[in-house]
Design a protein around this ligand. Structure first.
Ligand code: ATP
Ligand code: MG
Length: 554
């Protein structure tokens, strides 16, 4: 039997877990991922998912999915469904599926426990007054005149709050800790507030709702969570987390650990901002391929493996930084280079007539599906007298450094033949509308027996066999690296973030491809079939271009 530790620690969280197991503090590692169902998950959440589910899995424990549904107004079943789909798609499964609201009864009972033990009181200051009494970073707070109510009075008021006797804002339940604490979170934080609101799971049962800081630690304890992992902004809340655990008769002692959240350039990640993009129709929904949401990345053509790899490369640390979106693109390119079959497609077609190729005939040429993966096999592509090439692969009067097609010049057509342009056909305004060319039958398959090596290899499709597809080309949603920095992030939207090519010409092998099928279009980039596709017309999203800015930067 192996006595090795279950995983090699790669970051401080894994080191802590490893050490806790070695010291016998826990038998099983239990984590949780606690999204608030008020929006779709984004790439930042993916980092947290990969960490929570990853750590639990590596050390042989488990992770719960727990909805933080303590806030009754903002929740939506659409979001709940989307969250589950996204977590599963990323390749993770949860042990238990819980809601903070599952614990409302228990949390209420424990709030009475705090009151009975003189650890909580009902405060009747207005919100405004509470702010004044709280003090500042440099000045201590003041104690509320209601702070020394008796346990009986507090219990009576709290029960009447629960019974619905008071309007919103009339009272709150506060922890009795220390109004002079240098940590403002410890200055008698609010535990419950009155909200006469319908909750999507508990209906109208409650008109008081617990605050996140009060609900989270006991929820962790009830689930026997060992490592409660969250982002750095909760570091200052940790003393409160520990206070709640210490003062309640909870069944276990979880600990909170904080890591730096993921920040990515050229995008925004707050759900509030993403919601504005959706509601104000700057994008076509939460799964718009330009969105940093998991649903958007999926529709764009990202693979789960590429996102997990990205999370791994970003790592888990204690210091905030901003990750270049080029790293995310690098990860998907790297994965698709190995896994995506190649096809040929022309986005901006220019007709080429091969004058010495027999009219009405065609042939099938064999080409590898993926030169990086022999097991992907080969396919055949039809070749005939009339072809399309990319308009930008031809210049009538080329400058020195242009090696592609030009009058009198020979190029290779990928897996096909060498062709030489003999003349151009123009319309009345002088635009090139067609090329005339000859082909060399001896170069079938793309090599010349006499060792001639053209400087360029072009992609092409046979005009008679090509199918028309819509292709959507995406650019960054924002023009600037930090759209969040200024006043209005919407001012930085990139007006050219989506360009639609209504009729690209694709080789016929893609006919009938299912949504989510991923390809490399030779020389153009990685593309993925969009769910908007119909049996008449396929729609492709460009996932990423082939050019790799990140690899060059390294
Ligand atoms: P937002 O501020 O965008 O609404 P949030 O933090 O309130 O996000 P939650 O649904 O509460 O969103 O987050 C669920 C979990 O995901 C939390 O543990 C949170 O710390 C984590 N998380 C959220 N954003 C990021 C991020 N950018 N990087 C890493 N983890 C994140
Ligand atoms: Mg939150």
């Amino acid at each position: 039997m192996s006595t090795e530790s279950p995983a090699k620690p790669r970051d401080f969280i894994r080191e802590i877990v490893d050490e806790d197991l070695r010291a016998g503090r826990y038998q099983t590692v239990i984590t949780r991922f606690p999204p608030e169902p008020n929006g779709y998950l984004h790439i930042g959440h993916a980092k947290s998912i990969c960490l929570n589910f990853g750590v639990a899995g590596e050390f042989g424990g488990w992770c719960n999915l727990r909805y933080d549904d303590t806030n009754p107004t903002k929740e939506d079943v659409e979001y709940v469904d989307a969250i589950e789909e996204d977590v599963r798609w990323l390749g993770f499964s949860w042990k238990e599926h819980r809601h903070a609201s599952d614990y409302f009864d228990q949390l209420y009972e424990w709030a009475e426990h705090l009151i009975t033990h003189g650890k909580a009181y009902v405060d009747s200051l207005s919100a405004e007054e509470m702010r004044e009494y709280r003090g500042t970073l440099t000045e201590p707070g003041k104690e509320s005149p209601y702070r020394n109510r008796s346990a009986e009075e507090n219990l009576d008021l709290f029960r009447r709050m629960k019974a619905g006797e008071f309007p919103d804002g009339a009272h709150v339940l506060r922890a009795k800790i220390d109004m002079a604490s240098p940590n403002i979170n410890m200055r008698d934080p609010v535990l419950y507030r009155i909200r006469h609101d319908h909750h999507h799971r508990t209906g109208d049962k409650w008109c008081i709702y617990p605050m996140y800081d009060y609900a989270h630690p006991p929820s962790d304890a009830i689930e026997h969570v060992t490592h409660s992992i969250c982002t750095l902004e909760y570091e200052d809340h940790r003393p409160l987390y520990d206070w709640v655990i210490e003062n309640l008769p909870v069944p276990s002692r979880p600990h909170q650990y904080e890591f730096a959240r993921l920040n990515l350039n050229y995008t925004v990640m707050s759900k509030r901002k993403l919601l504005r993009l959706v509601e104000e129709k700057h994008v076509n929904g939460w799964d718009d391929p330009r969105m940093p949401t998991i649903a958007g990345l999926r529709r764009r053509g990202y693979t789960p493996a590429s996102i997990r790899e990205f999370a791994e490369r970003v790592g888990v640390a204690k210091r905030e930084n901003i990750i270049d979106v080029a790293l995310l693109e690098y990860c998907v390119r790297d994965d698709l280079n190995r896994t995506a079959n190649r096809v040929m497609g022309v986005l901006d077609p220019l007709r080429v007539v091969i004058e010495n190729y027999p009219e009405g005939e065609s042939e099938e040429l064999s080409t590898p599906n993926n030169p990086e993966d022999e097991s992907a096999g080969v396919r055949s592509v039809p070749f005939s007298r009339v072809l399309y090439i990319e308009r930008e692969d031809f210049m009538e009067d080329p400058p020195k450094k242009f090696f592609r097609l030009a009058p009198g010049r020979e190029v290779r057509l990928r897996s096909a033949y060498f062709i030489t342009c003999t003349s151009v056909v123009k319309d009345e305004s002088g635009n090139v509308v067609e090329l005339r060319a000859t082909y060399d039958p001896a170069t079938r398959g793309g090599d010349s027996p006499d060792g001639r090596k053209p400087k360029a290899t072009l992609h092409w499709v046979s005009a008679a066999h090509a199918i028309d597809c819509e292709v959507r080309l995406y650019d960054r949603l924002f023009k600037v690296e930090a759209p969040d920095a200024g006043e209005d992030f919407l001012a930085h939207l990139n007006p050219d973030s989506l360009r639609v090519v209504p009729s690209a010409k694709l080789e016929p092998s893609v006919r009938g491809a299912h949504p989510q099928s991923r390809y490399q279009f030779e020389r153009l980039g990685y593309f993925c079939v969009d769910p908007d596709s119909t049996s008449e017309k396929l729609v492709f999203n460009r996932t990423a271009t082939l050019k790799d800015a990140w690899a060059k930067m390294k």
